[in-house]
Design a protein around this ligand. Structure first.
Ligand SMILES: Cc1ncc(COP(=O)(O)O)c(C=O)c1O
Length: 404
């Protein structure tokens, strides 16, 4: 056989969340050590469970779901998603505007493939959820990163977005609430981003997979609800809100003014058809899931697991000399800053690798989220508070002597 080189189109495609540091963690685990795996936001791996009603329904529906369904998805599920969009103030969305995928991930890839020609640019936040950068690059486009400002609680830097628009820019992505920072964006910021899209004729993409995981009584606003005159594509799913990442059900909703978008939508349709359809039993639970967020809400209130774990990790990390984190508004991540000078860190992947080898905890380095400097990392705060306290002790003791 001829040597099998990696396809050239993958040259700019990276996904550190499950990258080389995970490979090392698997080797350590194979040698018999327990690894605390904090590389993915995977709540069920930490003892969270979906409502019993959802688990029972999935089992029941699996028996009835042997056939393919329409490429866009099961109609009842799409109707429930359209109704959910209306509840959030996004008007005019019908089941025809909904596309269900094997997770939002699949639809993100479909969208980038349908949108981008070589050299076309997508404005993506830094830090980002790295699938977006990878999917834009895989599609032959160019991910151009705009900064989110840690001093402003990780809000998008509007001036930086404006600076980075070029004649090749096709879309702006907002990840709200954000992974990895946990930030929730204000209405004013969303309006400003919408105005930039309006002025420059850009598509707005909104990844809102954490919209039901907001704490402290704050309210999530869909950017699509604030800009009905623009063409917006909103992504969501049940992975996080109903802690069923493994069921693989997510979607996108096209909304607003579709004038001029026919060809793009035709591209989405052909790509959706090519994969026949998404996992059917998981789609069938969507109407019941969207009617019930009670258990999700309970995790986010004082006394609830996510709320209490957030408090524990933020206090513990901020007590470690050389580390600082903002208080996240949503989701289950923090993105602490590490004083790179103090620890002489020039390679943040090396830092998480060294920590893994020394303490058997798997984290993801900031550059894995397309952050530019080697001075951040992400902690998934899904483990129970006792385990988070142990984690921060390990981090503190490791940093006492760590220098690169
Ligand atoms: C911001 C963001 N978008 C999308 C996804 C993928 O979600 P899904 O499980 O629906 O593919 C994730 C997963 O962590 C995420 O953090």
């Amino acid at each position: 056989m001829k040597p099998l080189a990696k396809a050239e189109k993958l040259a700019q495609v990276r996904y550190e969340v499950r990258g080389p540091v995970l490979d090392e963690a698997e080797k350590i685990a194979a040698a018999g050590h327990k690894i605390l795996q904090l590389n993915t936001g995977n709540p069920a791996a930490f003892g969270f469970s979906a409502p019993q009603e959802i688990l029972d329904l999935f089992a029941e529906e699996a028996r009835k779901s042997q056939a393919y369904c329409p490429s866009k998805g099961v109609p009842e599920a799409r109707r429930a998603i359209a109704a959910q969009m209306a509840k959030k103030g996004v008007t005019g969305v019908t089941e025809e505007d909904i596309y269900i995928g094997n997770g939002a991930s699949e639809m993100i890839t479909v969208c980038m493939q349908a949108l981008l020609n070589p050299g076309d640019e997508m404005l993506i936040p830094a830090p980002d959820y790295p699938l977006w950068t990878a999917a834009a690059n895989l599609a032959g486009g160019k991910a151009v990163h705009y900064l989110c400002d840690e001093q402003a609680n990780w809000s998008p830097d509007i001036a930086d977005i404006k600076k980075k628009i070029t004649p090749r820019t096709k879309g702006i992505l907002v990840i709200n609430p954000n992974n990895p920072t946990g930030a929730l964006y204000s209405k004013d910021v969303l309006l400003e981003i919408a105005q930039i899209a309006r002025k420059n004729g850009l598509v707005l993409f909104a990844d809102e997979i954490y919209d039901h995981l907001v704490m402290d009584g704050k309210e999530h606003m869909s950017i699509a609800s604030l800009a009905p005159d623009l063409f917006t594509v909103t992504f969501n799913g049940l992975s996080k809100s109903h802690v069923i990442c493994g069921y693989r059900v997510g979607w996108m909703a096209l909304a607003g003014n579709k004038t001029g978008a026919d060809e793009f939508i035709a591209g989405i349709n052909v790509l959706s058809s090519m994969r026949l359809c998404a996992n059917v039993p998981a789609q069938r639970i969507v109407p019941a899931a969207l009617a019930n967020f009670t258990e999700t809400d309970a995790m986010l209130k004082p006394g609830g697991r996510i709320y209490e774990q957030r408090k524990t990790i933020v206090e513990a990390v901020n007590a470690i000399p050389g580390l600082h984190t903002t208080m996240p508004d949503a989701a289950f991540y923090i993105f602490p800053k590490i004083d790179a000078k103090r620890f002489n860190i020039t390679d943040d992947r090396q830092f998480v690798m060294d920590f893994l080898k020394a303490k058997h905890v798997l984290l993801v380095n900031g550059r894995g989220f397309n952050w530019l400097e080697p001075d951040h990392f992400r902690i998934v705060y899904l483990p129970p508070v006792e385990e988070l306290a142990t984690l921060s002790d390990k981090l503190g003791s490791f940093l006492e002597s760590y220098r690169q």
